[in-house]
Design a binder for this molecule. Structure first.
Ligand code: GLU
Length: 277
C-alpha cells in the first residue's frame, strides 16, 4: 500500500491539511504501507520556498516522515508533455482560445449545481479545432465524448464516509457532468488533473487519500488513467474540516494554521483530538 499527501506550497498548512495528512498516514500505518509527500508546485509565483519549508516542518511536528527526495511537479513537465502528446495522438484533444468571459457568455443558462470538476462544463466553442492550429496562449482541452467512446464506463473503489463501495459512471454521465476539461493551461503545459494522474502512476500510488471536494474530479482521473494505460488506485475521500460557520478552511485562514496551534501550545494529541482522530 502506497499513499501520498500532495499539498501546494501556496500558504501555510491548516487544520484541514493536518486532517488529510494524518488520515493518509494512519491508513498507511494500519496496513504496513508507505506514506509519500509530493509537492504540487505548478502554480508558478504563488508557490514559495518558505511555504514548502513550513510544510516540511509542520508535517514533521505532526510525527510524519517520508522518503526523500520528494517528487516536485515543477520538475515533471516532460512527463506531463508525454502524456498530453499521447492523448493528442489518439485524437482526443483540441486547442482552445476562450477566455473565462467567452465561456460565461456561451453558457446560455448556467444552472445552479450543474458544476463539473472545474465549474460548469465547457460549452464546446473550440471543439473540432485541429491540434495543428494551436497557437501560443491557447489551452488544450480533452474531447470528453471521444474519450469516453474509447474507454466506456469507468469504475473505482471508494472507502470514504458516505460513499463507500464501487463507483461506476456511464459515458453519458461523464459527458454531461465533466465536459471538455483543460488538460494544459495557457500559462503552463499541464493542469492539476493531468499532473496528478501522471504522478500517482509514476509513484506507484495504490491508495489516494484526499478531501471530498475532489470526489467530483475522480471519474475524470480514472478516465485519464484508462486512456494512458495506468493503474487505478483505490480512493478515500475524507470529510472536510470546516470553521464554526460551516465554511471549509482556506489557505489564507491563518488562524487555523497548524503553526498557530503550535505557537498556542497545542500538542499533536490535542490536535488529533480536535480533529476527531
Ligand atoms: N494539491 C492538491 C491540493 O492541495 C491535492 C491533490 C490531490 O490530493 O489529489 O488540494
Amino acid at each position: 500500500m502506497i499513499t501520498r499527501f500532495a499539498p501546494s506550497p501556496t500558504g501555510l498548512l491548516h487544520l484541514g491539511h493536518a486532517f488529510s495528512a494524518l488520515t493518509a498516514w494512519d491508513m498507511a500505518r494500519a496496513e504496513g504501507g508507505v506514506f509519500l509527500l509530493r509537492i504540487e508546485d505548478i502554480d508558478g509565483p504563488r508557490c514559495r520556498p518558505e511555504f514548502e519549508h513550513a510544510i516540511d516542518d509542520d508535517l514533521h511536528w505532526l510525527g510524519l516522515d517520508w522518503p526523500v527526495p520528494v517528487m516536485r511537479q515543477s520538475e515533471r513537465l516532460p512527463a506531463y508533455g508525454d502524456a498530453l502528446a499521447r492523448l493528442a495522438e489518439m485524437g482526443l484533444t483540441y486547442p482552445c482560445s476562450c477566455t473565462r468571459a467567452d465561456i460565461r457568455a456561451a453558457l446560455a443558462a448556467p444552472q445552479e449545481g450543474a458544476s463539473g470538476p472545474d465549474g460548469p462544463p465547457y460549452p464546446g466553442t473550440c471543439r473540432g479545432r485541429a491540434m495543428a492550429s494551436h497557437r501560443p496562449g491557447d489551452a488544450i482541452r480533452l474531447d470528453i465524448a471521444r474519450a469516453v467512446a474509447v474507454t466506456g464506463p469507468v469504475r473505482f473503489e471508494e472507502s470514504g464516509p458516505g460513499r463507500a463501495g464501487r463507483q461506476a459512471y456511464r459515458p453519458d454521465e461523464m459527458v454531461a457532468n465533466i465536459g471538455d476539461v483543460v488538460l494544459a493551461r495557457k500559462d503552463i503545459a499541464t493542469s492539476y488533473h493531468l499532473s496528478v494522474v501522471v504522478d500517482d502512476a509514476a509513484q506507484g500510488i495504490t491508495q489516494v487519500v484526499r478531501g471530498e471536494d475532489l470526489f467530483a474530479a475522480t471519474p475524470l482521473h480514472v478516465l485519464l488513467q484508462r486512456l494512458l494505460e495506468m493503474p487505478t488506485p483505490r480512493y478515500h475521500h475524507h470529510r472536510l474540516i470546516r470553521d464554526e460557520t460551516g465554511k471549509r478552511l482556506a489557505k489564507r485562514d491563518d488562524a487555523r494554521a497548524i503553526r498557530a496551534y503550535r505557537e498556542a501550545g497545542a500538542t499533536v494529541a490535542s490536535l488529533r483530538a480536535m480533529l476527531g482522530l
